[in-house]
Design a binder for this molecule. Structure first.
Ligand SMILES: C[S@@+](CC[C@H](N)C(=O)[O-])C[C@H]1O[C@@H](n2cnc3c(N)ncnc32)[C@H](O)[C@@H]1O
Length: 242
């Protein structure tokens, strides 16, 4: 999408918004590390809850930006794949991982119109799928559903996913904007908790639990975040369901 590649020409601080180390508030490396650390803890917890043996070998992130999540997985996985619509962010992610001594980053550039391209370009049989601070930026609920279906296919049976969305609790302020992307990118798409839960089920996931994180930075800005912990049922489980 134009915004994530050319937005800086009209004043969008793309490096800051894409969570690049050194940009805006991420000049402080500890602040930058703080972005992804809780997501790594969520991954650890989901492994524990599902009795999934660690370390997992292959992880994939949808919209890794400058690698603020990926940096926490360098001692955990053998391969980390990043699926992006911005080549500059893939380059930056690769750079910070390489600086940390991790050379097994797999950059996958897709066209924003076709999230399904990831199926051909990224391979399959991933153990873990992650996406944070991305679903609210997607251009609509239907698009999010397409990404969720791709996530399901990228995972192996028994694979795990953590996906964060901005949720709508029925209040005016939490409602998705869905208009004027340049003005409302970070609040463009929201789902109710039940809506995303049943969507994940419809696609085939087994939602394990959801963690709610209403943001209260300064005054309440209407940003309610939910992290869905999902499992792609294993072959035995699916056989039982039939
Ligand atoms: C706010 S940053 C989040 C970065 C990282 N996930 C994190 O939590 O630090 C959003 C990222 O999503 C990417 N992005 C936006 N739309 C996308 C899409 N349709 N598919 C994949 N990535 C997308 C942007 O290029 C940007 O790097």
């Amino acid at each position: 999408m134009e915004y994530w590649n050319k937005g800086d020409r009209v004043g969008v601080d793309l490096k800051d918004y894409s969570h690049w180390q050194g940009a805006g508030p991420w000049r402080d490396r500890e602040q930058w590390l703080k972005l992804g650390r809780p997501h790594f803890r969520m991954y650890e917890r989901l492994c524990l809850v599902t009795s999934t043996k660690r370390p997992l070998r292959r992880a994939v992130e949808w919209g890794p930006g400058g690698g603020a999540n990926a940096i926490h997985f360098t001692d955990e996985v053998d391969e980390f794949c990043g699926i992006e619509i911005a080549q500059a962010s893939l380059d930056e992610c690769k750079r910070v991982l390489s600086e940390a001594g991790f050379e097994s980053f797999r950059p996958v550039l897709i066209s924003a119109e076709a999230p399904e391209q990831a199926l051909e370009l990224a391979g399959s049989q991933y153990d873990f799928f992650l996406s944070t601070y991305v679903f609210e930026l997607l251009p609509g609920k239907r698009y999010g559903e397409r990404v969720l279906s791709v996530a399901y296919t990228l995972l192996r049976p028994g694979g795990l996913a953590i996906i964060q969305i901005r949720y709508d609790d029925g209040s005016e302020r939490s409602r998705q904007k869905n208009i004027d992307y340049y003005r409302h990118a970070a609040r463009f798409t929201s789902y109710s908790i039940e809506e995303f839960w049943t969507l994940a089920q419809r696609i085939g996931f087994r939602p394990e639990y959801v963690t709610l994180v209403p943001e209260h930075i300064d005054e309440y800005a209407g940003d309610l975040y939910a992290y869905f912990a999902l499992v792609k049922p294993g072959s035995e489980e699916r056989a039982r369901e039939k």
